[in-house]
Design a binder for this molecule. Sequence first.
Ligand SMILES: N[C@@H](CCC(=O)N[C@@H](CS)C(=O)NCC(=O)O)C(=O)O
Length: 354
Amino acid sequence: MSDGGGDGNSAYGHTAFRRARSHFTDRITADGRDGWPVSGHRYRLVVSRACPWASRAVISRRLLGLEDTLSLAITDPVQDDRSWRFGLDPGGRDPVLGIRYLAEAYERREPGHPGGVSVPAVVDVPSGKLVTNDYQQLTLDLATEWTALHRPGAPDLYPERLRDEIDAVMADVYEDVNNGVYRAGFADGQDVYEEACAGVFRRLELLTPRLARQRYLVGDTLTEADIRLFTTLVRFDAVYHGHFKCNRWKLTENEVLWAYARDLFQTPGFGDTVDFDHIKRHYYRVHAGINPTRIVPLGPDLAGWHTPHRREELGGCPFGDGTPPGPVPAGEEVPAAGRARRPSPVTENMTEKE
Ligand SMILES: N[C@@H](CCC(=O)N[C@@H](CS)C(=O)NCC(=O)O)C(=O)O
């Protein structure tokens, strides 16, 4: 199974890993020009908490306070041969859409559609049709088109005056880091792997002095750029370091980036959306091509995510003139198995015989 969203062979073929483009690029906008107007209680955001691209949307939705108006469906982190499924819900069906597989919403939108089934996906609840799986545009639209439904005190995650800089940072981070880890992980040759892996660390090392000076990537508040870097950093030691062989150093070994990632993790809306159990089970069990035993490792120790980061000393203000989001809505809390906490002593699971 590929993480490329469509081409199941691309990850293991004879060329460099290529990410499939989103096939459904309609936009949900304030003026409804694509036929999908912003509207409360009409759309359902379907995600896997394992997926970095989907996790961007989960974080944006929380920061912007869209939880009440844009409902959330969370898939089983381990797909089967029909892709993403609602295996965590009673009867294996999404309670709102009434479907067992996300593929059913794709099929309703375009019978026999040629592309793959990927998350994040936004589904129109009344018709049951997929609206978009365009993960690059989705969060920008949540920030700029859904403003009428934002909570009071929501931050501006894509401020107009900083867009050029945000776009430039995000383009580099996408190429070398967000997607770079996938190109390293799915490389089928030494050269391809080395080029991608070196690129990951080159970019992270270029970002390090910037983040040593300033609390956030662009400006002095949280922006879309931070969300996009965070979703890769939070997975780094748990999956990219081992499974994808991006192992020149661990995130915890880079003092600046580790503190930056912890700062975001501890900000309401970030860490409270992260499910390390889903992340690890998805990567290690689904990519049997690079992990044939499908064994999910026990580590790393996640307790460090809660340690003080002292990034406040750099100045800046996470929400600008706004405020942090409230608590995670009931029913959306990350289960204990997926939360970052000190792992129980290894001996706890051993029988006397062992
Ligand atoms: N390639 C996707 C980007 C999102 C993506 O790659 N999502 C992954 C999960 S991280 C996915 O759903 N892949 C399809 C699969 O694994 O079946 C798109 O073009 O929309």
